[in-house]
Design a protein around this ligand. Structure first.
Ligand code: BTN
Length: 326
């Protein structure tokens, strides 16, 4: 992707027609270069309308992620976060982990990395997370807990609760959580969470909390996703401002993360159970080594592990695995 990819999109953001000659002039590039970049843009699933006179307009331009706008929505909480807004990055989690790794002592906690395009998004269990330019909210948040690493089990479930609470603020209420932390609407995936530990010093643990939420997926992105999915546009029928969405998510996440730091998962267990998809159903847990355990899903423990009632009648708890319907 050449550096003018985003410069052209910024010009086209007003939804008006621009001729290839105008674009070439304002960016000081030759016409062939502009033509190729416009082709590249369309390859990313961005829909451009073209006239016979070589003029182009962006049919449904995005509202760009913008630090000032996010801060406006955060009101008095704004001094709490440090934002880095990127046009494109392979993975916001990878980027943040690397930044912290290089200069840990200086790196401010509560840093948020957000990007318009993630080219190699990381998912759980080594999978890839697919999103397209401007069609999702993809961000990572650095957080510090005054707890040792083995006292933060249940964290990913708590992050799920933060997301459910934020969605309620947008009147989206039929949200449920698939253990450990997929956010579902009508059993279709709306958002995913990937938590990676950055540093772990005595009784302090620094984590990177990565969240990907489908906002208004392009046809191109939809082609890549190999599981049942949905997006906010399909649910509400309205475009959603991702800057506002991020501000609301951060507010809710901050509230649950502070409480988690203080009380642990116990405080959240009942609320999590109230969102639990597949409770009481026959499910299979697929483990990283390929083995599978089948049983009835019977809630979660006080540390967030999943409780399964096995065929023998025994109830066992599991803290890893991928939940599938049997
Ligand atoms: C999953 O459900 O498998 C987790 C998906 C997490 C995706 C987000 S997008 C922002 C952050 N950066 C990444 O590379 N991954 C997470």
């Amino acid at each position: 992707m050449n550096p003018f990819f985003f410069s052209i999109l910024r010009i086209l953001s007003d939804g008006k027609f621009y001729s290839i000659y105008e674009l070439a002039r304002s960016l000081n590039k030759d016409i062939l270069y502009i033509k190729n970049t416009l082709l590249d843009i369309q390859r990313y699933g961005i829909i451009l309308q073209q006239t016979y006179e070589h003029a182009y307009r962006w049919v449904n331009p995005i509202i760009w992620m913008n630090k000032d706008e996010i801060n406006n929505y955060l009101h008095e909480d704004k001094q709490f976060y440090q934002f880095v807004v990127l046009d494109s990055v392979d993975s916001t989690n990878r980027f943040l982990l690397d930044c912290v790794g290089k200069d840990f002592a200086k790196f401010p906690v509560n840093t948020v990395i957000v990007t318009e395009l993630q080219t190699m998004g990381r998912g759980r269990q080594g999978r890839q997370w697919f999103s397209g330019f401007g069609d999702s909210l993809t961000f990572s948040l650095l957080w510090r807990f005054e707890r040792s690493i083995n006292q933060i089990s249940g964290l990913s479930l708590v992050v799920g609760i933060g997301i459910v609470r934020a969605l309620k603020k947008f009147n989206i209420s039929d949200v449920c959580l698939k253990w450990p932390n997929d956010v579902l609407i009508c059993f279709r995936k709306l958002a995913g969470i990937l938590i990676e530990v950055s540093n772990n010093i005595r009784n302090e643990t620094f984590v990177v909390i990565g969240i990907g939420m489908n906002v208004q997926l392009s046809t191109k992105t939809k082609e890549y996703i190999d599981q049942a999915f949905t997006d906010l546009f399909s649910i509400t029928g309205q475009p959603i401002n991702r800057n506002l969405l991020l501000a609301v998510l951060l507010t809710e996440l901050t509230s649950v993360l502070n409480e988690f730091n203080y009380s642990g998962f116990t405080f959240f267990r009942n609320e999590w159970l109230s969102y639990h998809a597949y409770d009481g159903q026959l499910i299979s847990l697929l483990f990283p080594d390929g083995s599978i355990k089948e049983g009835i899903s019977v809630g979660v423990d006080f540390d967030g592990s999943l409780r399964l009632k096995l065929a023998t009648g025994e109830i066992r708890s599991f803290n890893t695995g991928e939940l599938m319907l049997s």
